[in-house]
Design a protein around this ligand. Structure first.
Ligand code: SAH
Length: 486
């Protein structure tokens, strides 16, 4: 290590900047943010530094740096830290020599050989601060690293740090041993609490912290939790950041048939993977068993990712699972996903609402659960809304007949989207009257969505315009090259 990284308390301490230009102003700003009393010696101030002066953030002594001026500025005392940032090498040298002679740490901007200390690049999530240094070798590389960390570490980490800081003493009072406190913080600063504090509501996070503190030591196992994650309709890139993050911290992953293998692969290598997929009729694992498994894993202290196709709360039985978790007192989070209707619409150039054609869209299940209420075809037929039928392939004849029997025009357009958003997505457009026939002819299989509505005409307009879709669906490259006349 070339330098010792330390964080120094300079609140209310005198610190000196020599220079009034842009570089000096950047350094002065750091001193100001750390609460120092900042003195600037320079013959003149450029705009940013002048701003600091107007806001009374600095004290300015006009003039060239000299030992005599120093004596009068600091009244015989010494500043805590000095930075020299002038473009006059003689001045920088004089500042350096002076600081060496009186033993005050000095930094000459951009000249490592004249530095007792260097300033790192900073990711500021105050009160958490991350400092990055290349030992003066490459400030640009340090800034590249800073940019990476800036995008990886949410701003809420500041809130999180503040919150745990507030509880430090309380935890000390409640947990006597150092080892115990370490175990408490380690179990807390992982998973749900971080999520609540960083992304959510601070008071909910504080309540959770208090609950965990109360329970700490009373049970041997850390509290497990369940993430009910919407994994989107197929294309792995449609997962949200949150879904990906929680999946990657899970110990166990329970996944459905509709979840792409690439998504399951995003879990940690050590994570246990459990397939609980369902095909219509043959339920691989009955729903009640899935609920029981989620509770059981969580009670073993595991972090469980429950991956579902699309969105958990749209024909995903997420509600039933959450009810069971809530009843069992298991902590959970639900992560919304892109539902098949939204995903397929986007990848098939098929807007679901449109000013000219449809003011509303209705998501309907084409598969009647035992004991579930029947589809109200009359209401659907009268509405003029875009209809999206999930799980509708098998019952397409009933859907077609039901809508037509209630007065819908058989010539209204219908679309069938098979394996939407996946590389082998297939879109077939026909009419409501030809729906069943088309499904049979094209041997369309689930998972597929049925869309019925005038809005499908917009797709035809888009496609006639002849552009290429930007989506993952493969196209013939030779055709592309021809069109581009390459
Ligand atoms: N929770 C899921 C829906 C689960 S129900 C969601 O929000 O999307 C299963 C039905 O969703 C399938 O029968 C099919 O109708 C539809 N579906 C799911 N993924 C699909 C896809 N990639 N392409 C077309 N339809 C899909």
């Amino acid at each position: 290590m070339d330098y010792l990284p330390i964080f120094m308390n300079i609140k209310q301490q005198s610190c000196l900047i020599v220079g009034g230009g842009v570089v000096a102003a950047r350094k002065a700003d750091l001193f100001i943010q750390a609460g120092a009393k900042v003195t600037v010696i320079a013959p003149e101030l450029k705009s940013e530094m002048r701003g600091f002066l107007q806001q009374q953030k600095i004290i300015w002594y006009p003039g060239e740096f000299s030992q005599t001026l120093m004596a009068s500025v600091f009244n015989g005392e010494l500043p805590k830290l000095v930075i020299s940032a002038t473009d006059d090498q003689a001045v920088n040298q004089a500042v350096y020599a002076y600081c060496q002679s009186v033993g005050v740490p000095v930094n000459v901007a951009d000249q490592t050989e004249f530095c007792d200390f260097i300033l790192p690049a900073i990711v500021d999530r105050s009160p958490m601060t991350i400092a990055i240094s290349t030992g003066g070798r490459s400030p640009v590389l340090a800034r590249v690293m800073k940019a990476k960390l800036e995008s990886m570490i949410p701003h809420g980490f500041g809130r999180l740090t503040e919150l745990v800081g507030r509880y430090r003493e309380k935890v000390k009072d409640a947990v006597a041993s150092t080892e115990g406190r370490k175990a408490f913080w380690e179990s807390l600063l992982d998973g749900l609490f971080i999520d609540k504090a960083v992304y959510g509501n601070s008071s909910e996070a504080a309540t959770l912290l208090e609950k965990r503190l109360e329970a700490f030591g009373k049970t041997d196992l850390p509290a497990g939790e369940v993430y009910i994650i919407g994994a989107g309709p197929g294309d792995p890139e449609l997962m949200t950041f949150k879904a990906q993050r929680l999946l990657q911290q899970a110990d166990v992953v329970l996944y459905d048939r509709l979840v792409s293998p690439e998504i399951v692969d995003m879990a940690r290598r050590e994570a246990e993977r459990v397939y609980v997929g369902k095909k219509s009729k043959e339920h691989a694992v009955p729903q009640e068993d899935i609920c029981r498994m989620l509770v059981a894993y969580a009670k073993q202290g595991k972090r469980v990712a429950r991956l579902k196709g699309g969105d958990p709360y749209i024909f995903g039985r997420g509600g039933e699972e959450v009810e069971e978790l809530a009843k069992a007192g298991v902590a959970y989070q639900v992560v919304p996903g892109i539902t098949a209707a939204a995903g397929c619409a986007a990848y098939a150039d098929l807007p679901l609402t449109h000013r000219e054609f449809s003011q509303a869209v209705v998501l309907v299940t084409g598969h009647q659960q035992e004991g579930g209420s029947a589809i109200d075809y009359g209401r659907l037929a009268r509405s003029g809304d875009t209809m999206v039928f999930y799980m509708g392939i098998k019952n397409a004849p009933k859907i077609q007949a039901g809508l037509i029997a209630h007065g819908m025009n058989p010539d209204i357009p219908a679309a069938i989207i098979e394996k939407g958003t996946c590389a082998d997505q297939k879109v077939t457009v026909c009419t409501l009257g030809k729906l069943t026939e088309t499904i049979a002819k094209q041997s369309i299989k689930p998972p597929a969505l049925l869309v019925v509505g005038e809005v499908i005409k917009v797709r035809e307009r888009i496609q006639q315009a002849g552009c290429f879709t930007q989506h993952a669906v493969p196209y013939d490259a030779s055709e592309l090259l021809q069109k581009l006349a390459v």
